[in-house]
Design a protein around this ligand. Structure first.
Ligand code: COS
Length: 383
């Protein structure tokens, strides 16, 4: 067993950590307050090579492994959830389906611009009445000559309504299967297509400076060749994409927990009450010890999941475990961090306040904690 990261992975971690400290940390709180998506940091993240991390250089990507991508997300999340979300959603949900399931022509058409961060792409799965029950999608696509005609709507879609959003992969009902269940297929829809509208959603509790959208399709016509992979494979494609996406949510949990822990440790050593640093009280020292322990176990689990994926082995079960565990570890760490900051932890000028809010998404997005337990329970044969 070798627990060392490669030299390239260590270099990547150092460069993303320095970047996040220098370019994101000082403005994250203000962007969050203003619900502002930063095109400036988006551009800088792109220059650092944070889009298309695991995509082959042939299509303009970095050609690195999934573990490297996860390290990059972890380091961004250590400083800010919104920026980590933009990168995570773009790589695994925006770029991923086109890279893994697209035709050569689709890859050549979309990936180069996505990989240099010139454009962004959304993942249109969730609907108002199809959240955990994702297969209950009601958006339809009917083939009319050589065009799909799409009608329906999607909700909570990351990166779909920025000034640089180029399109979205949409899960649609395209018919009925022989077994009577809906036939679901993925179709690529470009921004600007008549009948397609993406509107930003406001008033989020968390990830306030990331872009989240509602999508509407009204007799939206796209060429038949915009189908992604074979007809009827849409749900499999979405589920497979989510297996990888869940590792990036886990990375956000791990990085966020690390950030909470570091802020809590620093503050507890500096803050004095009863004539000594509050970290010297055993009740607080034990909280910090628990955080360190939970982060260590979360990292081992997530990195093992990445190793399975990079080795081409089955990783669905452990992806669900890593997503569930890392998000719960961040929940615990954010809670302890705010508690250790006392009244100051409730104030916006202390970053732990934002981390406490951002954490909640991790237990809901890309499959709730309940769905992860369901996936694990099915894998172990309990259900
Ligand atoms: N990879 C590939 N295919 C998968 C898969 C996976 N990880 N998991 C399931 N499938 C396939 C199944 O093989 C099955 O295929 P067939 O219909 O051809 O037999 C199909 O998908 C349906 O599977 P299943 O019957 O298990 O689906 P359910 O409707 O019971 O749903 C859950 C399973 C609940 C696990 C799924 O809907 C889910 O993950 N929901 C949460 C969705 C989510 O995370 N949304 C958040 C989006 S934020 S971007």
């Amino acid at each position: 067993m070798d627990f060392h990261l490669s030299t390239e992975q260590e270099i990547l971690r150092d460069s993303v950590r320095s970047f996040a400290e220098a370019e994101i940390k000082h403005k994250a709180s203000e962007l969050d307050k203003n619900e502002e998506f930063s095109y400036d940091t988006m551009q800088k993240m792109a220059e650092l090579g944070l889009f298309g991390v695991f995509v082959s250089e042939k299509y303009g990507g970095q050609g690195m492994d999934y573990q490297s991508y996860i390290i990059a997300v972890e380091e961004l999340a250590r400083v800010d959830g919104s920026h980590a979300a933009t990168v995570a959603a773009e790589n695994s949900l925006g770029i991923g389906p086109i890279y893994y399931f697209g035709s050569e022509e689709q890859k050549r058409l979309y990936l180069p611009k996505l990989c240099i961060g010139e454009t962004l792409w959304g993942f249109g799965l969730t609907e108002a009445n199809a959240g955990s029950d994702a297969a209950n999608s009601k958006t339809t696509a009917v083939l009319d000559g050589n065009q799909w005609v799409i009608n329906g709507s999607k909700i909570f879609i990351t990166n779909a309504s920025t000034d640089i959003s180029a399109g979205v992969t949409v899960l649609c009902r395209t018919g009925t299967r022989e077994d009577g269940r809906p036939e679901l297929s993925c179709i690529l829809v470009e921004t600007g297509t008549p009948g397609y509208k993406a509107s930003p959603m406001h008033g989020k509790m968390m990830w306030r400076s990331s872009n989240t959208s509602e999508l509407y399709f009204e007799d939206c016509r796209v060429p038949a060749e915009n189908l992604l992979g074979p007809r009827g494979n849409g749900f499999h494609q979405m589920m497979e994409t989510l297996d990888g996406g869940r590792l990036s949510i886990a990375a956000m949990g791990l990085g966020g927990a690390q950030g909470c822990y570091e802020m809590a440790l620093k503050y507890s050593r500096e803050r004095e009450q009863f004539n000594r640093p509050i970290s010297r009280f055993q009740v607080n020292a034990f909280k910090l010890a628990d955080m360190a322990l939970e982060i260590e176990t979360a990292r081992l689990l997530l990195y093992k999941a990445c190793w399975l994926r990079d080795s081409g082995l089955s990783f669905s079960k452990i992806a669900a475990m890593a997503k569930l565990h890392c998000s719960e570890v961040m929940h615990n760490c954010a809670n302890h961090a705010v508690q250790l900051h006392g009244g100051y932890g409730l104030m916006q000028e202390f970053d732990v306040e934002r981390f406490y809010r951002d954490q909640k998404l991790l237990e809901i997005g890309e499959g709730t904690s309940e769905v992860q337990r369901l996936v694990i329970a099915r894998h172990i044969g309990a259900l």
